[in-house]
Design a protein around this ligand. Structure first.
Ligand SMILES: Nc1nc2c(ncn2[C@@H]2O[C@H](COP(=O)(O)OP(=O)(O)OP(=O)(O)O)[C@@H](O)[C@H]2O)c(=O)[nH]1
Ligand SMILES: [Zn+2]
Length: 218
């Protein structure tokens, strides 16, 4: 199969609370989705560029859902990029690890019945993770990024980008706060999806106990 290609169709200046970014809209030859790059500073020709490859999560990114760490990771990534003055966030429209919002909501209902995030996907007839990083690689190339310092906890994301020819100089962890709404999800990512997260259930429970102790002491 031919390698997908991307075409930059428009670029606009987007001022944010973290400073001014440029938003690039990409067309591509493999799907009809609106993949985007949001970058700050001179990334063209640069090495070791702070980069976040973010998969769309409407519930976390837009609604602030506490079921996952996406919203916090998105925010933190923009902060880190702004802190460096240069960097890029590629926003891939791979909602629900590639299964789409409708199927993700069904998966959430299965998780509320006790299945974890991996088994919920499998029960619905999907893979655990159906994402592909070819378009992210083509977008980084189009921007002229020579190598990246990747903001991620997901080793598969690193190896997939490397397999697409992207030079990953380093990984920077992007760990969100752990609380009762996301602890099961984060633990499953660590245990079943090999995410590089330093969490243990006992640690989480004791953190919560301490919180509850504080609250009940008021
Ligand atoms: N199918 C499914 N998708 C989910 C679920 N929770 C979050 N997502 C999606 O997962 C994607 C984010 O992937 P994660 O596994 O959280 O993180 P990652 O991008 O692989 O890794 P990081 O780079 O460390 O953030 C987004 O597209 C979310 O919509 C879930 O329970 N089921
Ligand atoms: Zn999410």
């Amino acid at each position: 199969m031919a390698k997908p290609t991307v075409t930059r169709m428009a670029r606009a200046r987007i001022p944010t609370e973290y400073g001014e970014f440029q938003l690039c809209y990409y067309g591509n030859t493999s799907d009809s989705k609106e993949h985007l790059a949001f970058y700050m500073g001179e990334v063209a020709g640069a090495e070791n560029v702070v980069a976040r490859i973010h998969s769309e999560c409407f519930t976390g990114d837009v609604l602030g859902s506490r079921r996952c760490d996406c919203g916090e990771q998105l925010d933190r990534s923009l902060q880190l990029i702004a802190g460096q003055g240069t960097g890029v966030l590629v926003y891939l429209r791979q909602e629900g690890r590639g299964i789409g919002l409708l199927e993700k909501l069904k998966a959430y209902n299965l998780q509320d019945q006790g299945y974890d995030t991996v088994d919920a996907n499998l029960l619905l007839g999907h893979g655990a993770d159906e994402r592909d990083y070819a378009l992210a690689a083509r977008i980084l190339e189009d921007l002229g990024v020579k190598s990246v310092r990747l903001l991620t906890n997901n080793p598969l994301k690193i190896s997939s980008l490397q397999a697409e020819g992207i030079r990953v100089d380093a990984r920077f962890p992007l760990e969100a706060g752990v609380h009762s709404d996301n602890e099961g999800y984060l633990l499953t990512k660590a245990r079943r999806m090999d995410h590089l997260l330093r969490i243990e259930p006992s640690e989480i429970s004791s953190k919560f106990n301490r919180l509850h102790d504080l609250e009940s002491a008021d």
